[in-house]
Design a protein around this ligand. Structure first.
Ligand SMILES: [Fe+2]
Ligand SMILES: [Fe+2]
Length: 139
């Protein structure tokens, strides 16, 4: 069975996923009329992707005998599109760091399903990070 350490890490991931899911959907709504059609669509698309990450991670925590959290980590918003993108780029960097640690821990515990799950999610987060970075360069 998975260690408490790994389940705690998965719950840190779950809390982050709820955070960015709400954060991005709020930004999607609030950046309307700010002359940023592209950013608005990206926020919406990624918010839904993050909610799906939460679902998969929560399912895994439940399977491993843990209790999936419903509490988000601190939600950060931003006043301008640029601020939003800066905040979100940082959030993706933090997720990438945590998910690499989860992959390493899962591997050391021979929990290959969790490892493969997070390799897939990590790829998505790198895509989000790349998109926020390129939108910032354009702005
Ligand atoms: Fe995510
Ligand atoms: Fe993401």
């Amino acid at each position: 069975m998975a260690s408490k350490k790994l389940i705690d890490m998965l719950n840190m991931a779950a809390a982050r996923e709820i955070q960015v899911s709400i954060q991005y959907i709020w930004q999607h709504i609030m950046c309307r009329g700010m002359d940023s059609e592209i950013a608005s669509k990206v926020f919406e698309e990624f918010a839904i992707a993050e909610m799906k990450h939460y679902e998969k991670i929560a399912e895994r925590i439940d399977y491993l005998g843990g209790n999936p959290t419903t509490k988000p980590t601190e939600i950060k918003y931003g006043d301008t599109i640029n601020e939003m993108l800066e905040i979100d780029k940082l959030a993706e960097e933090e997720a990438i760091k945590l998910y690499r640690q989860i992959i390493e821990t899962a591997e050391s515990e021979k929990d290959y399903t969790t490892k493969v799950l997070f390799e897939g999610i990590l790829k998505d987060e790198e895509g989000h990070h790349y998109k926020f970075s390129t939108l910032l360069e354009k702005g």
